[in-house]
Design a protein around this ligand. Structure first.
Ligand code: BG6
Length: 481
């Protein structure tokens, strides 16, 4: 697409997502010369703003080096801004005029918007902003939340499907843009050693976790409407699960991969409440600032809210490969560290001949962040005269192995994929349907029964009940999890 002109429209240009992620990402792509040569950017939102004001809002997230200032000026010269309502076709006609002024071009619309305006915005895009000629395309990028449950998500999907073709829709799950998540395909299908052991005969359990060391940071109002299951588990963690558990696709093409992901999701029965632990953080006694504040101390959180900020659950993939193997998903805010990882724990060695209890289970760990790594926990003879065994690692830490290699941000890869028309790392509508099918009964039960989440202290490992859940589902805690 290098020769053609492109216009990238950021809808919701004055909002948080645009400021923290979208503008900085477009700048990095521009700075690194990765965008098609003739690309310009139009911000759109209700407030009356100038490009200069957008610059002031976004610059602190752009990580601009001293010698890049001239380039940054060039970037902002390619930007313009249109203000208008989200539900007025005339306002979108004005936006369209601004796009048309760039000449014949491909059009990308990023909806960095609350879901309440999705419907009117997409109707207006369809009515007045689409590319007019056959040689140019229009692509729409949408972010979660894609609804709150299966029904609302299906309503949104049908609405979008009536307006756009599936190949025009790019549903972002930014975890699919992370290096280690993209590496899962290569790790699994580019190595002979894994395929014979990647199944119920050899794997005891799989744990996929997401931990964040901070709370809602004033975003409590938004968060409270959704809770951690909708915010992280139903999308990011389930997407990772599907890549860990899917069968080998016939090719690396987007449809082949997504067909396999859907198949594996279809084999997962809905999560049962009895296999779930819910938690909510409370302030840390003697802590300072954020740490001293519990979830309910956030003034934007409704009083007495029982929305979980921590959740773990065990679910099962009922197919020939995985039947009986627990997949434990765990996610939480205000925990002791920032970490996202996958742990594949293998079964005990049969017919163990060593001292009782000495031999530990092998574990393959894929650390998504921070400090990307793949390591395998192995038993080794303690070096020297002894004949004892000890646990060690085959360790591929990226900082050592790929020192100095720049790891692109997830949004950089994904936005570039949209320019290139690659949907491999985007969620297809049937994947989304399956993800909601798995979680909707549980979410409805939680909404109805409002169980009180277990309290855990800001900065802790989360509720102890999670450890019990892991033990119950055949995951032996080895100390670093
Ligand atoms: C978002 C969630 O999807 O992912 C946030 O809405 C969360 O609550 C964020 O903080 C985490 O993303 P990352 O890339 O920092 O792990």
């Amino acid at each position: 697409c290098h020769g053609a002109s492109h216009v990238f429209v950021i809808l919701g240009a004055s909002g948080d997502l645009a400021k923290k992620k979208i503008y900085p990402t477009l700048w990095w792509l521009y700075r690194d010369g990765l965008l098609p040569k003739k690309t310009s950017f139009i911000g759109y939102a209700r407030s009356k703003l100038t490009v200069d004001e957008i610059k002031q809002k976004t610059i602190k997230f752009m990580k601009v080096e001293k010698d890049e200032e001239k380039k940054l000026e060039e970037f902002f010269k390619l930007n313009s801004y249109v203000s208008g309502a989200y539900d007025k076709t005339e306002a979108f006609s004005a936006l369209n005029k601004a796009i048309d002024a760039k000449g014949s071009c491909n059009r990308l619309f990023y909806l960095a918007l609350p879901p309440s305006v999705y419907e009117s915005v997409t109707l207006n895009i369809k009515a007045v902003c689409m590319s007019k000629d056959d040689k140019n395309w229009t692509r729409i990028i949408v972010e979660k939340p894609f609804g709150r449950d299966l029904e609302s998500s299906n309503t949104l999907s049908s609405h979008l499907a009536a307006l756009f073709k599936e190949e025009e829709l790019y549903r972002i799950d930014h975890y699919l843009g992370k290096e280690m998540i993209q590496n899962l395909m290569v790790l699994r299908f580019g190595n002979r050693i894994f395929s014979p052991i990647w199944n119920r005969e050899s794997v005891a359990s799989v744990v996929i976790s997401f931990k964040e060391p901070f709370g809602t940071q004033g975003r409590g109002g938004y968060f409270d409407e959704f809770g951690i299951i909708r915010d992280v588990m139903q999308n990011h963690l389930l997407q990772i699960l599907s890549l860990v558990a899917m069968e080998k696709p016939p090719s690396t093409g987007a449809e082949d991969i997504r067909n396999e992901k859907v198949k594996v999701l279809k084999s997962i029965p809905p999560v049962l409440m009895e296999n779930v632990v819910l938690g909510q953080y409370i302030g840390k006694k003697g802590g300072e600032g954020e740490e001293a504040k519990g979830y309910l101390d956030d003034p934007t959180v409704p009083k007495g809210s029982v929305t979980p900020t921590f959740a773990s659950c065990a679910l099962f993939v009922k197919n020939e490969r995985w039947d009986g193997v627990p997949f434990i998903l765990r996610c939480g805010k205000a925990l002791n560290e920032r970490k996202a990882e996958v742990r594949v724990q293998f079964r005990d060695v049969p017919g163990d001949i060593f001292r009782e209890g000495e031999v530990k289970r092998n574990e393959l760990v894929i650390r998504v962040q921070p400090n990307e790594a793949v390591y395998m926990k192995m038993m080794m003879k303690t070096p020297g005269m002894s004949i004892d065994c000890e646990e060690s690692e085959l360790d591929l830490t990226y900082d050592n192995r790929y020192k100095g290699v720049k790891m692109p941000d997830a949004y950089e890869r994904l936005i570039l994929d949209v320019f290139m028309g690659s949907q491999i790392h985007f969620v297809r509508s049937d994947e989304l349907h399956e993800a909601w099918r798995i979680f909707t009964p549980l979410l409805k039960q939680i909404d109805k029964e409002k169980p009180k989440p277990i309290e855990y202290v800001y900065g802790s490992r989360g509720p102890k009940e999670n450890d019990k859940l892991c033990t119950e589902f055949n995951f032996i805690y080895t100390g670093t999890y």
